[in-house]
Design a protein around this ligand. Structure first.
Ligand code: ZN
Length: 222
C-alpha cells in the first residue's frame, strides 16, 4: 500500500521531472548557441517541410530567422522556400555559398534549402556561421538520381551536430524510400523536377528499375 506521504512525494517527483523537462526544452528553443543541423533524404521525403517546421518554431521563440536557397531552384517561386504542401517561408535566392555569408545579417537562425545545389564551399560557410553562434539548419538531397552522394551534402553531414534522414514512401511497394528515381532521359546530375520527372523508390525497387532502364537502353542501341 502507498501511504499519503509517499503519494505526495511521488506526485511532487513527477511535477519536478515535468518542470525540468519543460525547462530543458524551453532553454533549447531560446538559447543562443551555434550548431549545424542537417535534414537529408530523397525527393518527396518531407525535407523542406521539416526545415520549415523548425524555422517556424524558431520564429515562435522570437528568434531572428533568415533563409537562403540556390537561385537555380525556381520551381515554384523565386522568393520563397516552398514545400509540396504550400507551407512557405520567404527566402533569399543566392548564386554562391559565399553570398550567404555576405547577406546574413544579425540573426539567430539561418535556414538553407536545396543545399545539394551549392558549391563545396558551403561546408566552410556553415562552419563559420555556427562558430559565430548561429544555428544553421540545412535541408538537401543526400543522393542524386544515380544514388551517388550529392554535392556538399556528405561533407555537411560530417560536420553537423545533428543529422536527420527523412524518407519518402516507395511508390512500388510502400516501404521507406531513399532513392529519387529519374523517369525521364538525360544524364545531367541536376535536372529540376517533380512527380512527372522523379519517383521515390526503396533500394530493392530502385535496383529493379535501374536494371529495366539499362535493358531498355541496350535494346534501343541495337
Ligand atoms: Zn519498394
Amino acid at each position: 500500500m502507498v501511504g499519503p506521504k509517499e503519494k505526495i512525494r511521488q506526485t511532487f517527483g513527477l511535477f519536478t521531472l515535468l518542470t525540468m523537462l519543460f525547462a530543458e526544452h524551453h532553454c533549447h528553443e531560446i538559447k543562443q548557441r551555434g550548431r549545424i543541423e542537417v535534414i537529408c533524404g530523397s525527393m518527396f521525403s518531407g525535407k523542406t517541410e521539416e526545415l520549415i517546421r523548425r524555422l517556424r518554431r524558431a520564429v515562435f521563440a522570437k528568434q531572428r530567422v533568415e533563409i537562403f536557397k540556390p537561385s537555380i531552384d525556381t520551381r515554384f517561386s523565386d522568393e520563397k522556400v516552398v514545400s509540396h504542401d504550400s507551407n512557405s517561408i520567404l527566402s533569399t535566392p543566392v548564386n554562391t555559398s559565399e553570398s550567404i555569408l555576405l547577406l546574413t545579417g544579425d540573426v539567430d537562425v539561418v535556414g538553407i534549402d536545396e543545399a545539394q545545389f551549392f558549391d563545396e564551399n558551403l561546408v566552410e560557410v556553415c562552419n563559420q556561421l555556427a562558430n559565430q553562434g548561429i544555428r544553421v539548419i540545412i535541408a538537401g538531397l543526400d543522393m542524386d538520381y544515380l544514388g551517388h552522394p550529392f554535392g556538399p551534402m556528405p561533407a555537411l553531414c560530417s560536420i553537423a551536430e545533428e543529422v536527420t534522414k527523412v524518407h519518402a514512401i516507395c511508390v512500388e511497394c510502400g516501404s521507406l524510400a531513399q532513392y529519387s528515381h529519374r523517369l525521364v532521359a538525360g544524364n545531367k546530375q541536376v535536372l529540376l523536377g517533380e512527380v512527372k520527372e522523379y519517383m521515390p523508390l526503396c533500394r530493392c525497387c530502385y535496383q529493379k528499375a535501374m536494371k529495366e532502364k539499362q535493358d531498355v537502353a541496350v535494346v534501343e542501341k541495337k
